[in-house]
Design a protein around this ligand. Structure first.
Ligand code: ADP
Ligand code: UDP
Length: 242
């Protein structure tokens, strides 16, 4: 079926309402619509708010990045952008393990390791987190994955390798646009037995700093009440779209 035909699919009932996005069924059983909202949360949902136009901006930013990754040989769920806030994606059984890749010390790593934010790492750090809101997404390793039967270990190994390939691609992609890719989070899932990159890549899920000034241009502006939140997402969008 052609992409043109696919973009005419109908949005049916909501399957899942998340904090930043909702997932809708379509008349194609294997496809879903990922709807991006303006809602923003931080600290495991303790801080709630809205960022004007965030849904539309993240929809565009994430689509551009997934298109780039698809072109670069990464297998992803992304099919097409349908309108301002919706994109058509392959339906995934999400693996409940988030993969975080870090190039520069920031956020929880700064606290955990007692190092100043902004310290560059000689080699990227890859971390796993158990995707469970009620537990606050604890950090885990492959032993937890195995003993608690969270996921197939072979899938986790592939996810770790893919995450590093994606980091190499995205580092250059953002660097060319004057942005430092500090860290980011990825989610993967299974579609007809195939492991695909899912969810989104946006200033909600990445730390992005201006290369020259070090200015934060991501969700930390919301988390830390730094102001100019919408403006920063817009800045990232303008650079990513060029
Ligand atoms: P959360 O669940 O943490 O509140 P979101 O608001 O981003 O996060 O909700 C989007 C949900 O959709 C996430 O739980 C994510 O794992 C899931 N998801 C992402 N891509 C797909 C997909 N292609 N198929 C099914 N679910 C997906
Ligand atoms: N991240 C995310 N969702 C999460 C946890 C982390 O998108 O549930 C992203 C976050 O935006 C950052 C990276 O993963 O780019 C590392 O986050 P960290 O562990 O430092 O947690 P934080 O301090 O942001 O809570």
């Amino acid at each position: 079926m052609s992409v043109k035909h696919l973009t005419r699919v109908n949005r049916l009932k909501m399957l899942y309402e998340g904090k930043a996005k909702s997932i809708y069924a379509t008349d194609e059983a294997e496809l879903v619509i990922q709807h991006f909202k303006d809602d923003a949360t931080a600290f495991n949902g303790e801080k709630k708010g809205e960022i004007a136009n965030k849904g539309a901006m993240n929809n565009q930013i994430s689509a551009r990045i997934f298109f780039f990754l698809n072109e670069s040989g990464i297998k992803t769920h992304y099919i097409a952008t349908l309108n301002e806030n919706d994109q058509l994606v392959k339906k995934l059984a999400i693996i409940p393990v988030e993969v975080v890749v870090r190039n520069v010390v920031a956020g929880s790593l700064a606290k955990r390791m007692g190092k100043e934010e902004g310290t560059e790492l000689d080699d990227p750090v890859v971390e796993l987190y158990y995707k469970d809101d009620s537990l606050g997404d604890p950090m885990i390793n492959r032993f937890h994955v195995n003993s608690f039967k969270i996921a197939d270990l072979e899938h986790i190994r592939v996810m770790e390798v893919e995450a590093q390939r994606i980091n190499n691609l995205l580092w250059s992609f953002f660097d060319e646009r004057g942005l430092l890719l500090v860290d980011f989070k990825l989610e993967f899932g299974l579609h007809q037995g195939q492991l695909l990159l899912g969810d989104e890549i946006s200033p909600d899920t990445c730390r992005l700093w201006d290369k020259e000034t070090g200015e934060k241009l991501d969700k930390d502006r919301f988390r830390r009440d730094l102001g100019k939140v919408e403006e920063s997402y817009k800045e990232v969008m303008d650079r990513v779209m060029k």
